[in-house]
Design a protein around this ligand. Structure first.
Ligand code: CR1
Length: 801
């Protein structure tokens, strides 16, 4: 949109006056941020309304992306960028004596997710709007996001993340769109005079679901879509019925806090309540919206696509069945056909413990009508498939089994499409995790490799790089990330490669300043910034990275005369509060950091910076400064990874196992431009099949590895007597579940190669550039375009390659 500098400044000052009845000098950065937020809303107001109007007018097919997590990050910069106002606003503020960065940093970063799953959902919202897809998000408005992480004595301490303390300037509460969600009670089917059956409820716990909508602004295309987050409230006191404090608390709890756990579903009723709550409210509002515009439900699948992002929203399937059967009086066959045509499901993990199941007793008590419907889905599935596939396979794959409701199986059975998030992951779904269901529904399985939005992760996070790229190939890559590949022409341009080093250094200076202010550590900006940022989990193997640090430390102590390039090891990672082992690793890293950072013999040659409270905003600071991207999960365990893509696009080279999307990154950038190592997924499965992995053999065969392991228990690293022992035992006594010892040698070899190659900056930046140039194919725009063509069947703006 068009806005002159003078107009902006007038508007901004007027907004300040209206909001605070004072003038600029009397406001805080937060106050200024809120005023800017209001202005952006006002500038964009008509786009949001017009977009909805346009969708209605053309009766455009709508996609509803259901996800229990969304990690949108701060929205001020990206909204301004997408509106085309970023430069004007920055300049205007600076003319008013204000610093845009400081104001921007006052915005709370909503932590409504754990990690990759939630951030992916946010990238896809951005891309859907930017491609003009009628895409809606549907999730939960948690009053407290993922915990705020601080370290005390090296241990993780979790503090509440009170992100709504000052309100949320981006949201619109739409209490006129609220709906009731029912839990518990009794339900029975009462025959009606016309012969039909009606579901009758008594003694239910009713919860009011109130939507809060956030505008998702498309990139300079006048489109604004909606992210709808539901909040649980007391129903408007129905016939003055009395709510006990316990009932009030139960309602309050539903949307109070995000489960800080992305790998193990805690078998708790509250989580199930959360899942049904946002699934039911979302489906109710979709069908209400559809019903207002159509006669009957016949056209539903032509106009609505619902995407199930991991298993948490799977109850959209029985919930849609419930409404079609009970309220719209569809036959089972018609309702089922519509439902399966509408639904599609993405699986995000092969970790067994993350395949959600709910004890039938709990499920039945909490959701009696939904349970009846799942029983019928199960009965019909068994009846249809047993003659073809036999009883054993059907028992293994039915929605109900072993006293559990099996959410992933229900999701596959009730959807027309099931996808994994990288080629290897999809193959493993077919061959292992969902093998039996793949026999039943082979045509449903497909791959959709993850993607990231380059707008946030390159344009906004790394302006020095963006400007440099513009200077060579012009700005069109900003809309068409595949254009980045034309950068490959400069891979041997010494001057350009030097400029790349300068850009990296500029970003390192910014990160170094943060490390200094946050941790009090001085780091050299000519050091290798070796970065691992992701949830703390044994399978992601932060431990392997720790071993490298210990190796480097011992090498300096043993041979101070050997000069290697300086290293800064940067970590960002939260551990689930109940995940004891992960917390021990955190303590280990912090204890090691303490030792290394304060050893005068080490000086500035080696530093360890574990930056607390990793999240989207810290990612934006760390990623542009990275030289090395550690993607070192045990092969087969990481479904895709997405930080690998963000780091690549910012010119970090990958130090990576052949896992998830690492494989595709290596293929895209060329093997010679990454550092791959370790067991393949096939080799890992080979060990499982033969049962012949012996971690101790690796320990015994490699004196260096042995010595490193001993530092965990011999007092070399002070302060870890219990954690060191626990980790040591996990490797040797319990045989190293994630093959850390097996991969140690090849990992270290590549680390040594990195140290050598880094000294030749021209060679190094040549590799960095190969990564940037190849990153375009991991654009979320392309990923979302594939979803919309293959799965949702909705139109999107054409993407040029
Ligand atoms: C996977 O672990 C993937 C993201 C997004 C995560 C990660 O490899 O990149 O999903 N899975 O697809 C997850 O959070 C609950 O499962």
């Amino acid at each position: 949109m068009k806005l002159t500098l003078a107009q902006f400044k007038r508007d901004f000052l007027a907004e300040i006056k209206t909001l605070y009845a004072t003038d600029l000098s009397d406001t805080s950065s937060l106050g200024q941020f809120i005023a800017l937020g209001h202005l952006v809303r006002r500038y964009n107001g008509s786009h949001w309304q017009d977009t909805a109007e346009r969708y209605r007018k053309h009766d455009q097919k709508q996609v509803y992306y259901f996800s229990i997590e969304f990690l949108p990050g701060r929205l001020l910069s990206s909204n301004l960028l997408n509106l085309g106002l970023l430069d004007t606003v920055r300049q205007g503020l600076s003319e008013l004596g204000l610093d845009f960065k400081t104001i921007s940093a006052a915005e709370p970063d909503p932590g409504l997710g754990n990690g990759g799953l939630g951030r992916l959902a946010a990238c896809y919202m951005d891309s859907m709007a930017s491609l003009g897809i009628a895409g809606n998000g549907n999730g939960i408005r948690y009053r407290y996001g993922l915990f705020k992480q601080v370290f005390m004595d090296g241990y993780q301490v979790e503090l509440p993340d009170d992100w709504l303390r000052n309100g949320n300037v981006w949201e619109v509460r739409r209490e006129n769109k609220a709906c009731l969600v029912r839990f518990g009670g009794n339900v029975w089917m009462a025959p009606q005079p016309d012969g039909s059956l009606k579901a009758m409820y008594e003694h239910t716990d009713d919860v009011l679901a109130v939507p809060y909508d956030i505008g998702m602004i498309g990139y300079q295309n006048d489109v604004t879509n909606t992210l709808r987050l539901w909040s649980a409230e007391l129903p408007p006191s129905a016939d003055n019925s009395y709510y006990s404090q316990a009932q009030r608390d139960r309602i309050d709890d539903i949307t109070k806090v995000l489960y800080p756990d992305d790998s193990n579903s805690e078998g708790q009723a509250l989580r199930l309540r959360q899942e049904y709550f946002f699934s039911s409210a979302g489906v109710q509002s979709i069908l209400r919206h559809f019903g207002l515009r159509h006669q009957g439900m016949k056209e539903l699948a032509k106009k609505v696509a619902i995407h199930i992002n991991d298993t948490h929203p799977t109850l959209v399937i029985p919930e849609m069945m419930r409404i079609l059967l009970d309220d719209h009086h569809c036959s089972w066959e018609v309702a089922w056909e519509l439902t399966t045509k509408v639904m599609s499901y993405t699986n995000h993990t092969i970790m067994q413990e993350a395949l959600e199941t709910w004890p039938i007793d709990m499920f039945k008590g909490l959701l009696p009508r939904i349970y009846q419907i799942v029983v019928e889905i199960d009965r019909r599935y068994r009846a249809a498939k047993t003659p073809v596939f036999g009883e054993d396979l059907v028992n293994r794959t039915a929605p109900l089994g072993n006293g559990q409701v099996r959410m992933a199986f229900l999701a596959v059975i009730g959807s027309h499409s099931v996808n994994g998030v990288a080629p290897l992951h999809t193959e493993l779904l077919k061959a292992d995790v969902l093998r039996d269901l793949y026999q039943v529904y082979p045509e449903r399985f497909n791959n959709k490799t993850n993607g990231i939005t380059m707008r946030r992760w390159v344009q906004l996070a790394n302006e020095p790089l963006s400007t440099l790229i513009d200077s060579k190939i012009g700005p069109t890559w900003r809309q068409q990330p595949n254009q980045l590949k034309t950068l490959a022409a400069y891979q041997n341009d010494a001057k350009f490669l030097k400029q790349l080093t300068a850009v990296k250094t500029e970003n390192k200076v910014a990160l170094a300043a943060y490390i200094k202010s946050e941790l009090g550590i001085d780091v050299r900006t000519d050091a290798i910034f070796d970065v691992q940022i992701k949830r703390l989990h044994a399978y992601k193997r932060q431990l392997l990275h720790v071993f490298e640090i210990i190796r480097e430390y011992l090498a300096i102590k043993d041979h101070p005369e050997t000069v290697e390039p300086a290293r800064v090891h940067v970590f960002g990672a939260k551990a689930a509060p109940s995940y004891h082992y992960a917390k021990s690793i955190i303590k280990l890293i912090n204890a090691l950091a303490d030792l290394v950072n304060h050893d005068p013999k080490v000086g500035d040659r080696l530093k360890v910076a574990f930056i607390p409270n990793y999240g989207v905003s810290l990612g934006e600071l760390i990623i542009p400064a990275a030289d090395v991207s550690e993607q070192i999960s045990t092969a087969s365990k990481e479904a895709s990874g997405t930080s690998n893509m963000k780091l690549m696009a910012n010119g970090a080279v990958s130090l990576a196992t052949l896992d998830g999307a690492n494989i595709d990154i290596i293929e895209a950038a060329g093997e010679g431009n990454e550092y791959s190592f370790g067991l393949t997924a096939k080799a890992v499965y080979g060990y499982y099949e033969r049962g012949d992995y012996h971690a101790a053999d690796f320990y015994n065969a490699d004196p260096e590895l042995k010595r490193i392991l001993e530092t965990l228990v011999d007092g070399t690293i002070p302060g870890i007597s219990t954690e060191g022992r626990e980790i040591y035992d996990s490797l040797l006594r319990y045989n190293d579940e994630y093959f850390v010892l097996a991969d140690y040698e090849s990992y270290v070899q590549q680390q040594q190669q990195i140290s050598e190659d880094f000294q030749d900056q021209q060679l190094w930046q040549h590799k960095a550039l190969a990564n940037i140039a190849a990153a375009g194919i991991f654009s979320a725009d392309l990923a979302v375009a594939r979803y919309s063509e293959d799965i949702w069947q909705v139109p999107h703006a054409k993407l040029l390659n």
